[in-house]
Design a binder for this molecule. Structure first.
Ligand code: ZN
Length: 148
């Protein structure tokens, strides 16, 4: 009887150990999931952007334009006074040949007055907004990296 009780105890201990390890794993995962920092950084960026004076109505940070929806990132290939064109590669599967094909997508985005320092070749992020013209329904929100 004694032995049984001991085994049961050890089993309990084992189960406790596994549980504890699981909880540890969960906690580590939780630590890994702390991507709220990025959000904070973006908030900071927005605050910094707010400090820069900008009279552009169609600016996602200072104006009344709300950016929402899909986000794309790509390289600037053309720059105009109020518009940029970005290009990025995407792959899609062709069933007949059982292979992937690379295609390029070009999107036009509104260039706010406070972000005029971007250049052709920069890697930027754009977000969907209301249609501003026939071809523009995205707005520049972030510069990910400058041209090398
Ligand atoms: Zn602005």
């Amino acid at each position: 009887m004694k032995e049984k009780s001991e085994t049961s105890k050890s089993k309990d201990f084992d189960s406790f150990r596994t549980e504890s390890s699981d909880s540890a794993r969960n906690s580590s995962e939780f630590r890994h999931d702390q991507k709220s920092k990025e959000e904070k950084i973006s908030d900071k960026e927005k605050q910094v952007a707010e400090k820069v004076s900008c009279a552009d109505k169609q600016c996602p940070f200072h104006g009344t334009l709300s950016s929402r929806g899909r986000i794309f990132s790509g390289e600037i290939i053309k720059k105009f006074p109020r518009r940029i064109v970005i290009e990025f590669e995407r792959t899609f599967y062709i069933k007949k040949y059982e292979r992937y094909m690379r295609k390029k997508t070009r999107l036009h985005a509104r260039l706010p007055a406070c972000m005029q320092d971007v250049e052709v070749g920069d890697y930027v992020e754009i977000q969907e907004c209301r249609p501003l013209s026939k071809i523009i329904h995205f707005v520049l929100i972030k510069v990910l990296r400058k041209r090398k």
